[in-house]
Design a protein around this ligand. Structure first.
Ligand SMILES: Cc1cc2nc3c(=O)[nH]c(=O)nc-3n(C[C@H](O)[C@H](O)[C@H](O)COP(=O)(O)O)c2cc1C
Length: 384
């Protein structure tokens, strides 16, 4: 794919002195299925480049592990060991293996990801009724706005049992891998959901995971209202159950945005009380997305999908500031991981300045795999 080069001001930090997007395609092909991308991707033919690594004495503590820098990739784009290996080579140090289920699941058919028209920053609680898709890709990396709906596909236990250890072998010193897990309910039965969540946590541990993330930003199967992370009671009981399975392995809770600051505070307190070591947010912001004729963009069975990239950076920054304040106010000692709309290296620094312990990018790295290079170059290889 060829496009108009970016203004150099946007990319002056790139140590390889080359722009990835839009001269090169995204390393994930959004026209193709998750499985196609898993098997044929990542679509990266660039130079990996060298990296100046800080001395070990300057590495950071991260829930019982040491990391060379505080930047990483959250659950989603790293589909298997090939993707983890590339991200590790490119200098992302906290890598999350895409959310897995207790058994194989095909997820939703394509389209799973489309560009959207959205020049505004979305504010939780004040969201527009709907967003419209955008046929033409943006010409600036800083404006990449997309929506996704995958239905959390998962490979079989047999596949994961061999691929997760393989992915961990590809890490460099000063890097960690997290395995993201989610429970699959049997209908609306909450007990079956908890049991399955515990089962997949046990499986992740058996596959060799040294850190596990539980995806709580998924629908609340008990009442159907909101998402799990917005119910502090469930957050407490489920975290406690999962920690009882994870044992010594640190558990991270993944959350979405909160419209109610009080609920956010209670959720954080509940997660800490339940034994979580870290919180990662934000997940995508769920919205109605329509095509240019006003019809559901991803089909009538999927009216809503998750917005990520450019439109959610403000929400991610606000989340970080609030989370940092809550953590300090209640001495929760939770490690804070932020993702949401970071498309340039300086956006990762902004997350850290706002109080994040780890700053991450999902959409960003798919459209510009060199964000980590840019970040490390800005820091002169050091990560203060
Ligand atoms: C392609 C893609 C797949 C994703 N899949 C998952 C997932 O399986 N589990 C999860 O917890 N979050 C998933 N996410 C959400 C991201 O982890 C992240 O919370 C969100 O995209 C916001 O960050 P971003 O703006 O940097 O993309 C996915 C995101 C993308 C872009």
């Amino acid at each position: 794919m060829k496009g108009v080069p970016l203004p150099t001001s946007d990319r002056k930090q790139n140590p390889l002195n080359r722009d990835w997007w839009p001269d090169n395609p995204a390393i994930y092909d959004i026209k193709e299925s998750y499985l196609y991308n898993a098997e044929k991707g990542p679509f990266f033919e660039g130079v990996v480049g060298s990296r100046q690594r800080p001395e070990q004495s300057e590495w950071h503590d991260f829930i019982g592990h040491k990391i060379a820098s505080r930047i990483g990739i959250p659950a989603g784009p790293l589909l298997n060991s090939k993707w983890i290996g590339l991200a590790a080579d490119l200098g992302y140090d906290v890598l999350c293996y895409k959310t897995i289920r207790s058994s194989e699941n095909p997820g939703h058919p394509v389209p799973n990801m489309v560009y959207i028209e959205c020049d505004e920053q979305l504010i939780p609680g004040q969201l527009p009724d709907q967003l419209t898709i955008q046929k033409n890709p943006p010409l600036q990396i800083g404006k990449v706005a997309v929506t996704n709906s995958f239905g959390m596909p998962s490979r079989s236990s047999e596949y994961l049992a061999q691929d997760i250890p393989k992915a961990m072998d590809l890490l460099h010193p000063g890097q960690v891998m997290i395995v993201s897990v989610v429970g699959t309910p049997d209908g609306n039965d909450f007990d079956s959901f908890v049991q399955d969540f515990m089962a997949v946590t046990r499986q992740a541990k058996d596959y060799g995971a040294s850190i596990i993330e539980a995806n709580f930003s998924c629908p609340n199967v008990t009442t159907g209202e909101g998402e799990l992370h917005t119910n502090p009671e469930i957050v407490y009981s489920l975290t406690k159950s999962l920690v009882s399975v994870a044992g010594d392995i640190p558990l991270i809770i993944k959350v979405g945005v909160f419209e109610d600051p009080q609920v956010m505070e209670e959720t954080f307190i509940s997660a800490a009380k339940g034994g979580a070591r870290a919180i990662c947010g934000i997940n995508t912001i769920s919205m109605n997305v329509v095509d240019t004729n006003g019809r559901p963009a991803l089909g009538v069975n999927r009216l809503r999908s998750g917005v990520c990239g450019y439109p959610i950076r403000h929400a991610a920054l606000e989340f970080t500031k609030d989370a940092h304040r809550i953590n300090q106010k209640h001495n929760l000692d939770l490690t804070l991981m932020t993702t949401g709309g970071a498309l340039l290296p300086e956006h990762l620094s902004e997350f850290i300045d706002a109080g994040a312990d780890v700053a991450m990018t999902a959409t960003g790295m798919m459209w510009d795999p060199y964000i980590a290079h840019g970040y490390h170059a800005r820091k002169g290889g050091l990560d203060a």
